[in-house]
Design a protein. Structure first.
Length: 381
């Protein structure tokens, strides 16, 4: 990309970021953009405002504070906030696209053949293809991009919310109940002499995670990618159950347990006889409640429904069954890929009937949105 001429304040900010990077600070492009915005708000009229605008946006680790202070003192004048650097009238900004994510700002920048030689500072901004792919809608991905997105999803880890276990564990907190048996055992070992008291507390265990994936025709652009996410969840932790929602309910936990994702997805596709067919969310969730959910699988569990909310059945039935599910579950999360669309509103009758019984309503159209889902699922409490 050709060089751009930028105003004095922007030029100074870009050069300051470059100086920090040369000193060893790792500053992502997003942080640099935030710094430019912050500096535009506070200006460079006072040294304190200039200092804290950069300190709050560019320093990511406590160990970088000293180096930031040194560069700041060397870069900005001691008398006022204005920059004290001597540089050419322009800064050349080169934008490069690279598969690798790095902060190398010293690489040569591509310029036009007719451009005049430039001897001033050059800031090269690299955009990672991987970072771009994280935010790309699954429906717009090519086959190669979907393969890369599936690799990124395989790296997601759902730690899961926890609950108190019936099992006891040793505790060092004096406020916990006394473990009389261990205390007496320690006393016997010391001949009856007084020893320290041993306490105990309940341990923790992961809550069950139940994933219900809509595989109907309206979800065809997303269902296969979402099944990859479900597979990653099953092989990455214990106590995960998976079901497909269509015109009927299909349990997929066993089919998706293979660590080979292609083999797992093939078995799942063979098991789902109504893949890319219609949707009867109310009836399938009722089947789940009656057969598995209310009987025990959903009790105290985190339930994740991945669906666009389009339903051929009765919205009243869906609302009733969602209320049943919400009463026994620890948390109900609805993931709707259409939520990311501009101007989206939950106007579908099924979606409108379900929302009052949902604890979190999030997007599910990209890898980044599924990373957010992983954070929601893993949140404590």
């Amino acid at each position: 990309m050709a060089a751009e001429h930028v105003p004095t304040l922007d030029r100074a900010a870009v050069a300051f970021v470059r100086s920090l990077r040369a000193a060893g600070l790792r500053i992502p492009v997003g942080s640099a953009i935030t710094y430019l915005r912050a500096l535009g708000e506070v200006g460079v009229g006072t040294r304190s405002a200039t200092y804290w605008a950069g300190r709050a946006t560019l320093v990511r680790r406590p160990e970088d504070i000293d180096r930031y202070d040194e560069v700041f003192r060397a870069f900005w004048s001691a008398d006022e906030g204005a920059p004290s650097i001597v540089e050419p009238d322009t800064v050349q900004i080169a934008i490069a696209f690279d598969d690798a994510e790095d902060d190398d700002t010293d690489a040569d920048a591509d310029t036009d053949d007719d451009a005049e030689p430039f001897d001033g500072p050059v800031l090269q901004v690299r955009f990672s293809d991987t970072e771009t792919l994280r935010h790309k809608d699954f429906a717009r991905c090519s086959a190669a991009e979907l393969d890369e997105a599936r690799r990124l999803m395989a790296e997601l880890r759902l730690s899961g919310a926890t609950r108190a276990s019936r099992r006891w564990r040793a505790s060092h907190r004096s406020g916990d109940p006394l473990d009389l048996r261990r205390t007496v055992r320690h006393a016997l070992r010391s001949g009856g002499e007084r020893v320290r008291r041993v306490h105990r507390a309940h341990g923790e265990r992961n809550r069950r995670l139940v994933l219900l994936v809509d595989v109907s025709g309206s979800m065809e652009a997303y269902s296969r990618a979402l099944l990859r996410f479900v597979h990653a969840a099953i092989v990455g932790r214990t106590k995960v159950e998976a079901f497909a929602l269509g015109t009927r309910l299909t349990r997929l936990t066993r089919e998706l347990q293979s660590r080979d994702p292609d083999a797992a997805l093939t078995r799942a596709a063979d098991a789902v006889v109504d893949f890319s067919g219609g949707t009867r969310l109310g009836e399938t969730i009722r089947t789940f409640n009656d057969t598995w959910g209310v009987r025990g699988m959903a009790r105290g569990a985190v339930i994740v429904i991945l669906s666009d909310g389009w339903d051929r059945g009765s919205p009243e039935l869906l609302g009733t069954q969602m209320a049943r599910l919400h009463r026994v579950a620890h948390r109900v999360v609805w993931v709707n890929p259409l939520k990311a669309s501009d101007g989206y509103a939950p106007l579908a009758r099924g979606m409108a009937a379900a929302l009052p019984h949902v604890d979190a309503f999030i997007e599910g159209h990209s890898v980044a949105s599924l990373e957010e889902l992983a954070r929601v699922v893993s949140a404590p409490g």
